[in-house]
Design a protein around this ligand. Structure first.
Ligand SMILES: NC(=O)c1ccc[n+]([C@@H]2O[C@H](COP(=O)([O-])OP(=O)(O)OC[C@H]3O[C@@H](n4cnc5c(N)ncnc54)[C@H](O)[C@@H]3O)[C@@H](O)[C@H]2O)c1
Ligand SMILES: O=C(O)C(=O)C[C@@H](O)[C@H](O)[C@H](O)COP(=O)(O)O
Ligand SMILES: [Zn+2]
Length: 367
């Protein structure tokens, strides 16, 4: 088992290993206290894992209720979020009680936002079950829901008090969902860890690897959380370096929204990284090797690299990006594998970058 301490203003611990769901109760008791727990989960994850989590919480003395919502990004929205709050109130949750987010990033983001706002804030535990949620969304405290205008437009920074990543849960993911999580793994390697990038080039992270070598996958999850930890601890509220974690996202989120959430988040991040890397090489900000290696690695992980949206569709959707300030947007630009920078970019130039990226990618397989 790996234990990582996240030393944000409110510090917390991340446990990574197997057979951890059964320890949710004791770990939550230690980290949070409280009398009641509401497990928030979705229609795919609930039937698989809510029972052992519930049992463990009850054995630790919690009165437990389960809120289940329809799985999918299209449900990460205001009406589901309000239903969670109403459920918590109906079950007489108090400020000292605990919200348990059991599921992927959609569950974690939405349950986290409910915990951040219910009675102006209550305890919150992340129990990530998707690869994406384990390596990225369960750590760092960003929580949000989508609005009609775009991704994550209403949210908060609200750190969990505990994260429990039970690697065993990954075995029930569909191949496509596992691959989707690899989009964020490749992002972490591309912004901060050239060695990890090379390692993934030699041996891609796949569901097959999970079956062959669980401990290697656990180590890779821990390494990813470690990368994220360093950035988040340095800049909890995203005023500087945390923007690096948004590599590929200004375009990725825009593709995600303009595709009506038909494509997974990690896939869209991969499309965004490929596009911005291609444009960066075209402009001489990095060698052609950078987009070429990102393209090969995303493809080797089963991720699509290009999309059929045009420049105007992507640009219009990207104007809602939270890194935009007036006529400028902070873009994450790659210079080498493992080295990126944050560059304030005029919006007209941003449009040209999208256009160049799309042109450079012509000839690749379109989605
Ligand atoms: N807060 C952050 O820092 C952060 C970081 C990255 C992504 N995100 C957000 O996370 C979301 C994407 O996360 P996601 O890909 O986990 O989406 P998700 O929660 O929709 O999970 C993907 C699919 O996998 C299913 N699933 C999850 N775990 C499973 C398991 N163990 N077995 C079987 N099925 C399982 C879910 O039901 C869903 O159908 C997006 O909304 C994105 O914006 C947030
Ligand atoms: O934790 C962060 O910071 C990130 O940017 C991680 C991203 O992978 C994640 O998708 C995040 O939710 C995007 O944040 P947003 O501020 O662009 O909504
Ligand atoms: Zn992301």
């Amino acid at each position: 088992m790996y234990i990582l301490d996240i030393d944000t203003k409110q510090p917390y611990r991340v446990y990574i290993g197997t057979m951890l769901l059964e320890q949710t109760g004791t770990l939550t008791r230690e980290a949070c206290g409280g009398d009641r727990a509401v497990i928030v989960t979705d229609t795919n994850v609930g039937p698989l894992y809510a029972l052992p989590v519930r049992k463990s919480l009850e054995e630790a003395g919690y009165a437990v209720d389960v809120f289940t919502f329809e799985a999918g990004e299209e449900h990460k929205r205001a009406d589901t979020y309000v239903s969670i709050l109403e459920f918590m109130a109906r079950h007489e949750m108090t400020r000292s009680d605990v919200v348990i987010a059991l599921g992927g990033g959609v569950t974690g983001d939405m349950a986290g936002f409910a915990a951040a706002t219910y009675m102006r804030g209550c305890s919150f535990v992340q129990v990530p079950t998707s690869l994406l949620a384990m390596v990225d969304s369960s750590v760092g405290g960003k929580c949000a829901i989508d609005l009609a205008a775009g991704k994550n437009l209403a949210g908060a920074f609200w750190q969990p008090k505990l994260v429990i990543a039970d690697i065993g849960c990954l075995a029930t993911l569909e191949r496509e969902q596992f691959a989707d999580g690899c989009g964020e793994v490749i992002k972490h390697a591309a912004i901060a860890d050239a060695d990890l990038f090379e390692e993934l080039e030699r041996t891609p992270l796949t569901l097959d690897l999970l079956m062959e070598d669980v401990s290697r996958v656990a180590l890779l999850v821990a390494r990813n959380i470690d990368i994220k930890r360093a950035v988040v601890v340095a800049d909890e509220r995203e005023s500087s370096v945390r923007k690096l974690l948004n590599f590929g996202h200004s375009i990725g989120h825009a593709v995600e929204a303009s595709e009506s959430y038909r494509l997974g988040h990690g896939t869209c991040v991969a499309i965004g990284m490929n596009l911005i890397a291609s444009a960066s090489a075209h402009r001489g900000y990095c060698d052609a090797e950078v987009p070429s290696r990102i393209r090969s690695l995303t493809a080797a992980h089963g991720l699509q690299n290009t999309c059929s949206r045009n420049v105007e569709e992507i640009y219009a959707a990207a104007l809602h990006d939270k890194k935009r300030r007036g006529d400028s947007i902070d873009l994450v630009i790659p210079h080498a594998i493992g080295a990126c920078s944050i560059e304030p970019t005029d919006l007209e130039e941003f449009r040209s970058i999208i256009s160049e990226g799309l042109e450079m990618q012509e000839g690749d397989i379109a989605c």
